[in-house]
Design a protein around this ligand. Structure first.
Ligand SMILES: [Ca+2]
Ligand SMILES: [Ca+2]
Ligand SMILES: [Ca+2]
Ligand SMILES: [Ca+2]
Length: 238
């Protein structure tokens, strides 16, 4: 069963010439990873974001890519975002956020607050897929029995905080050894730029020139998750 969450068209933005474009690119799927997540802010969660990073020296077109947010209680997607139509520049970033007013360098505005669940004992996960192939996933705060598929290294990233300004971030920037617990740690908030250790807000405005660009579609919630075959970074060259 598929759950269509919403078909509302929301504004999306391309920020920074050279940061994202819709031109020539490669098929280096495995080069794109989930790099930083801020799912919990001090008090109300109104500045959540997920940052993707392309480590390839070529841009990557995101046609066929989906970002799923996975509920730890049942292992199914409670939010799913079709990234078709977007690209990430070489050694570049793509940021999905609550609000372009609240999050620096946000490329795709998700028109709601609290769109990323706050984990809890059974954890939650974020998953990047190409078609039905799971490319990268991050489980945080715990591993419920339904999250095994997404808990890289059978481990989970440390928790974000409701009392400290921080994110959970790959450190050093872009590190992916397929062990969530080792790859992620407390990060200073840095949407759209290289991750930094520590806490606080290290946002740097890369090039704040928003240009209306693309239609944002909320996709189906399940996306054929059954039978997903995991491919590790580096196994999809070409
Ligand atoms: Ca949240
Ligand atoms: Ca946070
Ligand atoms: Ca909070
Ligand atoms: Ca970052």
């Amino acid at each position: 069963m598929e759950i269509i969450l919403n078909n509302t068209i929301n504004p999306a933005y391309l920020i920074g010439a050279g940061m994202i474009w819709l031109g020539a690119s490669t098929s280096s799927h495995a080069a794109v990873i989930i790099n930083e997540i801020d799912y919990d802010q001090v008090g109300s969660d109104t500045a959540e974001f997920i940052e993707l990073f392309n480590s390839d020296i070529n841009s990557v077109t995101l046609d066929g890519y989906t970002l799923d947010l996975i509920n730890g209680t049942n292992g199914t997607a409670y939010n799913s975002f079709d990234l078709s139509g977007f690209s990430i520049a070489a050694i570049g970033y793509l940021v999905l956020c609550d609000s372009t007013q609240a999050v620096a360098n946000c490329n795709i505005e998700v028109a709601s607050s609290s769109w990323i669940q706050n984990g809890g004992p059974d954890g939650d996960a974020v998953a990047l897929l190409f078609g039905s192939t799971l490319l990268d996933s991050v489980t945080y705060e715990g591993i419920g029995s339904a999250l095994g598929l997404y808990a890289e290294g059978n481990s989970f990233a440390p928790a974000d905080s409701n009392s400290i300004t921080m994110s959970i971030a790959r450190l050093p920037n872009g590190t992916d050894t397929n062990i969530n617990a080792g790859d992620f740690s407390s990060g200073c908030i840095s949407p759209g730029s290289a991750n930094m250790s520590g806490t606080g807000d290290c946002s740097v405005s890369v090039n704040p020139v928003p240009v209306p660009a693309a239609i944002w579609l909320f996709g189906s919630g399940l996306i054929g998750l059954i039978g997903i075959s995991r491919r590790k970074q580096g196994s999809l060259a070409g």
